[in-house]
Design a protein around this ligand. Structure first.
Ligand code: NAP
Ligand code: F7E
Length: 327
């Protein structure tokens, strides 16, 4: 009999790659989708004939219990979250409801319906925030710098607590930034790849960004979902940092992305204070030695490869759009 997996957040970037991976591994996959006035299935359109969708919401614990009872998963990947850091200052309470209490609802639903279900919680390098150690490992203390980061610290510790209190097989993956052509347009990598494509095709002239000095450890989302799956295939539940171990500034990102399209970024990029944050995470770099040793995990796409893939994809996507007539 094939194993059954349930994914919250299946319509997101990671959910779509994870669903592909699990289908490839022979799983039956159920995705949790929340009710929207307009369906948002574009990232999983190509999978719709092979997956099951079940309506539920992280805000509604009963809907989660019902979803687990009806679909009987062996593994549950909790990827659903309010994931855009700036929005967490606009909606700090809702961010906590999704990313903190939402995790408790998922864990408690698992505990009540079937405590044998293996669970993955999507924790984040944003928990390290104002970093206490360089590079960051599973043992580095947290110092979150946004309501998003704070909510993820709660989600992380409630996962550890349910593991230790009730013996759940619950893993927390502390994933550093991971990107792809499926990344939301508001995140900086995709904003840059989309901006480069628009400028290259003559659709726009300028790209407005915030802090160019922030450093991130950027990897490819397709590699990172494999680490999620590997965590749930181990004999015991544990927490893992997943990162490339390389850090680049937003300035580097811009230079590589524009360079890839044969453009000079200095002619097109302007800093707009609207995109600066009330508190910034300046420099993240992860040490994924534990994941490499215990899971046998390693990234397959490097920084230049990732940026090139995203720019090429956006140029291809936008190529049909005609530049506006000169005014
Ligand atoms: P994403 O593209 O923003 O996707 C988020 C998903 O969560 C979407 O499917 C969204 O559904 C769903 N969702 C949000 N609120 C929900 C609710 N109340 N009930 C049910 N579903 C809800 O995020 P991602 O980049 O794939 O990230 C996946 C997870 O990893 C998130 O928890 C994120 O915080 C975490 N993470 C991401 C990164 C990264 O670099 N990508 C790094 C570390 C951790 P809709 O489509 O309906 O909006
Ligand atoms: O920002 C700077 C910005 O929004 C990266 C989420 O997936 O990864 C992501 O969070 C950096 C920041 O991602 C712009 O100030 C400059 O320093 O792409 P981002 P993030 O905030 O790191 C973590 C691991 C998660 O868990 C989150 O869910 O880029 N930056 N100019 C900008 N950022 C944006 N978005 N837009 C700009 O114009």
């Amino acid at each position: 009999m094939s194993k059954r997996a349930m994914i919250t957040g299946i319509t997101g970037q990671d959910g779509s790659y994870l669903a592909e991976l699990l289908l490839g591994e022979g799983y039956e996959v159920t995705g949790i989708i929340r009710r929207l006035s307009h369906p948002n299935l574009n990232r999983i359109e190509h999978l719709l004939d092979r997956i099951r969708l079940h309506p539920a919401d992280l805000l509604d614990g009963l809907s989660l219990i019902r979803a687990i009872e009806e679909n009987e998963p062996d593994e549950l990947y909790n990827l659903a979250a309010m994931s855009f850091v700036p929005a967490s200052w606009d909606q700090p309470l809702l961010t906590g409801e999704f990313n903190a209490q939402g995790v408790t609802r998922v864990l408690d639903a698992v505990r009540r319906v079937n405590p044998k279900i293996k669970l993955y919680q999507a924790s984040s390098s944003e928990m390290f925030g104002k970093v206490r150690e360089v590079p960051q490992t599973e043992l580095t203390p947290f110092y979150p710098r946004s309501p998003y980061g704070v909510s993820k610290v709660f989600g992380h510790y409630i996962t550890v607590n349910y593991r230790e209190s009730y013996g759940l097989f619950a893993c927390s993956g502390i994933l550093f930034n991971h990107e792809s052509p499926r990344r939301g347009l508001e995140f900086v990598t995709r904003k840059v790849s989309d901006g480069v494509a628009r400028i290259k095709l003559g659709i726009e002239q300028k790209l407005y960004l915030g802090n160019l000095e922030a450093h991130r450890d950027w990897g490819f989302a397709g590699d990172y979902v494999r680490a999620m799956w590997l965590m749930l295939q181990q004999p015991t539940a544990d927490d893992y940092v997943v990162a490339t171990g390389e850090s680049h500034s937003v300035r580097d990102l811009v230079e590589v992305a524009f360079g890839h399209a044969g453009l000079d970024w200095k002619a097109h990029v302007e800093v707009d204070p609207r995109f600066l944050r009330p508190a910034e995470v300046d420099h993240l770099i992860g040490n994924a030695a534990k994941a490499r040793q215990s899971l046998g995990w390693a990234p397959s796409v490097d920084f230049a490869g990732l940026v090139g893939m995203m720019v090429d994809s956006d140029i291809e996507r936008l190529s049909g759009i005609k530049p506006p007539k000169p005014r």
